[in-house]
Design a protein around this ligand. Structure first.
Ligand code: APR
Length: 245
């Protein structure tokens, strides 16, 4: 990856006051968490419609929970990588920094990010569909499967946004507001295919933000990016941080 892209991006970030970052599965790839659409991606091995939809859960809650239990088992063994760590540090380095993630793995929080918008939920949380109550559950392996609500005894579901479901409107509003006000938006490790998340960097660009994309491959966002840094987040973000200091 040409150094001039990093230098260019550093110059843009150095003068920025309000920064919004959108991350996707790619930022956790170097930690060992499978992405969704890459060569070894989850959607290459499993059918999303059998596992990540309300209909799948209604049809076979045990199968769906066994799949999430398997993913939780993988994620429980991994750690944040240097890309997560840089973004956690930037939270205090910049006056106004918002981290928006599509990831449910909790690695940004583990790396120290606090001002974090989890658009698609969190794999370590369950939700009671009847009461709406969200609770943390870090049991690995899960037992029993499927987990049941302590107060009403009902079937708990993963606190994750499935295909065909709406996102939390308050979280989404905060994400769009952060992007509309941003001087710079970084899109890191996302295929930019799933909306409304994929619309966030475009909304920022429409409001005049500079768009920086970090991804080994081009995406539908690439034509709209001012700077495209081709490479891995765990390598590029530390180099970008070093160029800033
Ligand atoms: N560093 C940066 N980017 C990477 C790396 C890496 N080391 N490895 C892979 N990538 C890029 C891939 O090139 C791809 O563009 O990360 C992106 C991962 O894309 P997806 O697997 O589609 O993941 P994501 O964009 O997060 O998917 C969005 O789709 O399945 C749903 O809800 C799920 O949140 C997910 C959403």
């Amino acid at each position: 990856m040409a150094f001039d892209g990093i230098r260019q991006a550093a110059a843009v970030l150095r003068g920025a006051r309000r920064i919004a970052v959108l991350t996707g599965a790619g930022i956790s790839a170097e930690s060992g968490v499978p992405t969704f659409r890459g060569p070894d991606g989850l959607w290459r091995k499993f059918r999303a419609e059998d596992l990540a939809t309300p209909e799948a859960f209604a049809r076979d809650p045990v199968l769906v929970w066994e799949w999430y239990d398997w993913r939780r088992g993988i994620i429980a063994k991994v750690a944040p990588n240097p890309g997560h760590v840089v973004l956690a540090r930037w939270e205090t380095r910049f006056p106004n920094f918002t981290l928006i993630t599509q990831n449910v793995d909790g690695l940004h929080a583990l790396a120290g990010s606090r001002r974090l918008l989890e658009l698609h939920g969190n794999i370590w949380k369950t939700r009671c569909p009847d009461e709406g109550r969200v609770a943390e559950n870090r049991d690995v392996p899960l037992s029993p499967i499927p987990p049941r609500c302590a107060s009403c005894g009902g079937l708990l579901r993963p606190h994750i946004v499935w295909f065909g479901e709406g996102l939390d409107q308050d979280i989404l509003r905060q994400a769009f507001a952060a992007c509309a006000q941003a001087d710079v938006v970084l899109a890191v490790g996302t295929s930019a295919l799933v909306h409304p998340a994929a619309s966030l960097p475009l909304a920022a660009a429409e409001s005049g933000a500079t768009v920086i994309e970090i991804n080994p491959d081009p995406t539908p966002l690439t034509p709209h990016a001012d700077i495209s840094l081709r490479g891995k987040a765990g390598e590029i973000l530390p180099r970008l941080a070093a160029a800033l200091d």
